[in-house]
Design a binder for this molecule. Structure first.
Ligand SMILES: NC(=O)c1ccc[n+]([C@@H]2O[C@H](COP(=O)([O-])OP(=O)(O)OC[C@H]3O[C@@H](n4cnc5c(N)ncnc54)[C@H](O)[C@@H]3O)[C@@H](O)[C@H]2O)c1
Length: 246
């Protein structure tokens, strides 16, 4: 099937790498026009490769003015906003609760938690102008099961899950759907930077028995972004090879 996102305009954060880049590729392949937004600059090469359906924007999702400028670019370049993927995220340092550095906690929250909140806050008025929309937040299996020594990351992702549900409830009648993807261990820049023993343990605890591919996250994002999911809102869907089953 193709053309599932024909006529739609999307913004994807964290688009320079991993899942965000896979979402941009999948959305464009399905006919969407996409703002590929990232802090790193890596979105520029992606946009160049895809062509005119993809426009790169530099964003820092911890900064509200930067998010507003990113969303304004979607309107300026493509005329509307239908889809927002709040996908950018950082893992932050490891450390048990009593030892956890407060500045690091705030840094992780600013990107992963507050960044997602601001993305929704500033996108919703633009989506209302377009007659509705679909917001897709990247949470984590760390919002479902306890990963010791990751208090900032886990708390931020649990917040993303609840913000997804409550925002879905607030705007369902206004034709804005909000859903979250809860990835398990996926082969991206984030997992490539993890200690190899931790990654090996996560893969071992995954019933399907391998690490996930970014495209396997993007497949669900396409479904949430498209009208195929028109009666689906407020859901938190694990894509984790069965990790959270056990
Ligand atoms: N990889 C996994 O196993 C896994 C599991 C669960 C959840 N996640 C979540 O998936 C999302 C995507 O991460 P990924 O795994 O593709 O990692 P990644 O590191 O490959 O990509 C993350 C991207 O976000 C960008 N980014 C970081 N801070 C930013 C900021 N302040 N503003 C804008 N962009 C910023 C980075 O430059 C990078 O390109 C994250 O929210 C992450 O927490 C990942």
């Amino acid at each position: 099937m193709s053309g599932r996102l024909n006529g739609k305009v999307a913004v994807v954060t964290g688009a320079g790498s991993g899942m965000g880049a896979a979402m941009v590729e999948a959305f464009c392949a399905e006919g969407a026009e996409v703002i590929a937004a990232d802090i790193s600059g890596k979105q520029n090469a992606l946009a160049e490769r895809i062509g005119s359906a993809c426009y790169p924007v530099q964003v820092d999702v911890s900064d509200g003015a930067s998010i507003q400028a990113m969303l304004a670019a979607a309107i300026k370049r493509f005329g509307r906003l239908d889809i927002l993927c709040n996908n950018a995220g950082i893992q932050g340092a490891y450390g048990k609760t009593a030892d956890y550095d407060l500045a690091e906690f705030d840094r992780v929250w600013a990107t992963n938690g507050r960044g997602v909140f601001m993305g929704m806050k500033y996108a919703i008025p633009l989506m209302l102008e377009s007659g509705g929309g679909s917001i897709i937040n990247t949470s984590s299996m760390a919002a479902l099961v306890a990963f010791p020594a990751m208090p900032a990351y886990a708390a931020s992702k649990a917040a993303v899950s609840m913000l997804t549900k409550l925002t879905a409830a607030e705007y369902a009648a206004a034709n804005i759907r909000v859903n979250a993807i809860l990835p398990g261990a996926i082969d991206t820049g984030m997992t490539q930077a993890m200690p190899s023993a931790d990654l090996a343990a996560a893969v071992k605890a995954t019933p399907i028995g391998r690490i996930g591919r970014p495209s396997e996250i993007a497949n669900l994002a396409v479904f949430f972004a498209s009208d195929e999911s028109s009666f689906v809102t407020g859901t938190l869907v694990p894509v984790d090879g069965g990790y959270t089953l056990l």
